[in-house]
Design a protein around this ligand. Sequence first.
Ligand code: HEC
Ligand code: HEC
Length: 210
Amino acid sequence: MPWSRRSALAVLFTAVVLGSSGVTYAAGDAARGKELSYTCLGCHGIESYKNVYPTYSVPELVGQHPEYLAAALKEYRSGERSHGTMHQQAASLSDQDIEDIAQYFAGPVLKPGTTTVGTPPPKVAQLCVACHGTDGVGIMGDYPTLAGQHADYLARALVEYKKGDRKNPVMPSFMTGVTDAEVQEIADYYSRQTPALRTEPRRATILSAQ
Ligand code: HEC
Ligand code: HEC
């Protein structure tokens, strides 16, 4: 087949494929994200897997807002958010890869509940609920959901904002005057809320597909 005809067909084929899945692809294609996420599951697919030096739990991603997951990956890629392993993991991902992966891990995003487990600590009620909700479900895609996240990971993140190690235009200002004891109290509270974030459970399916 002459080259020009082949490339015309290729263009047509691409147009049909993109056309048929156009909207979902732009927002993130979970099926493609799953293929790209194989190595991620070595850590994010194992319940209670730990980062070492320092030791704290690898964050749970399922149920998280895809907008936040994508933003976090872009921050690791650019180095704005420093973590050696996560920088390596994100370094070679394109924007589209990131959108697709975020869509895959998010799964069905958590919806705010109507009750809380226990009484919110005073600092949560005063400072955090406007964005993270009383039950820890972020009220917008840019505000991460904290409900059911590992307490030691939440505490680590809060201390990093406090010390300036994790940079962000919003969060550090809310940590001014929050004591270490309050950090622990806040982390414990949000980690107990439901509906809860979860560890990706689809690992076995992927392995059996190999
Ligand atoms: C070797 C273990 C490991 C692997 C592999 C790994 N991660 Fe991570 N991931 C971590 C740890 C540890 C953190 C927490 C880092 C920090 O403190 O900022 C993290 C953080 C994240 C976060 C931020 C979550 C939040 O709540 O802010 C996202 C998103 C993420 N990883 C996605 C991925 C994706 C996508 C891949 C694969 C391309 C991947 N990770 C591979 C260990 C890993
Ligand atoms: C104005 C909105 C806003 C308020 C109020 C706010 N946050 Fe946040 N929070 C954010 C945003 C945006 C991020 C994501 C920042 C980033 O990318 O590092 C975030 C991130 C976090 C994270 C990291 C989550 C993760 O998965 O890594 C924790 C923990 C957190 N906030 C807890 C709190 C607590 C506790 C308070 C109250 C003391 C609070 N936030 C107040 C907007 C807010």
